[in-house]
Design a protein around this ligand. Sequence first.
Ligand code: PEP
Ligand code: MG
Length: 325
Amino acid sequence: VQEQLQKLAHLPTRTEDGRQMHLAANISSVKELELVMKNGASGVGLFRTEFLYMDRSSFPEEEEQFAVYREVAERLGGKPVVIRTLDVGGDKHLDYLALPEEENPSLGYRAIRIMLDRTDLFKTQLRAILRASHYGSVKILYPMISSLDELRRANEVLEEAKKELADEGTPFRSDIEVGIMIELPAAVMISDLLAQKVDFFSIGTNDLVQYVLAVDRMNETVAHLYDPFHPSVLRMLKITADHAHKHGTHISVCGELAGDVRALPIWIALGITDLSMSVQSILKVKNSLLQSRHSDGEKIWEELAGCASSAEVVTVLTKYLETDI
Ligand code: PEP
Ligand code: MG
């Protein structure tokens, strides 16, 4: 099967009726790039930078980060890489960053919330990303955005970083694209407003499902309630996609659901043509995509919108799924 799938790597990524889609890879290190290319990914849709900060005793300096981001940008040879700013806290800890003990870490001090306090760390990372933007197609992604105010404050630090680099005469792309993760219900519900302030959305279904359903994604006891096919999740996705399309804001999905073959009819129904997933999923999703019909989109949504349970959702999805091989 793997051999048959491998043959798909070089085919164009189009539905049976000719709609182009983009299947990018989620990575956390340079090591993964070889597989990214081998599987014919359209680029890196999510570079989780946390791992650069882990298993060490102090924060990585700007130079070290720059070298990594630059290498990724260069090795992709012009294909885009979306670099997400540090998303620690919650389930991810750094030995050298003292964070408060929290009763509910997922609802606590994490990601952009930390970086907007520690603007020194934030600016160092943004400078490194900006510098790398000179060497390829680099985009910036902020995690855990819940409000326009957080976005504005993050962009202020970005502007400071740009100004410093410009004053120093260090090259960077001044028109670098900036996007946000849509992974909080709050962001979904104001996605019409956010869409007007960013270049792109990347939906993080892992956290979105956790927060929509109030199910801690790390908690085994409630793991059976963690249900990406819950109709409430579908509706959140629909709201976000409609707002993005209305405002001409680019939209992609980078949570685990993007790499779940069963979800492909959802993206077709919502008119989402960009997905980013673990590299092992790309060819499996592509296999299904090549046999799907973009023109089924409206019909699929009509059926999904009428579903009252995740079991019904899965039944509808299965009907539209072709998975030869
Ligand atoms: C997500 O929340 O869906 C996501 C892609 O980010 P992470 O899994 O790193 O929180
Ligand atoms: Mg997340």
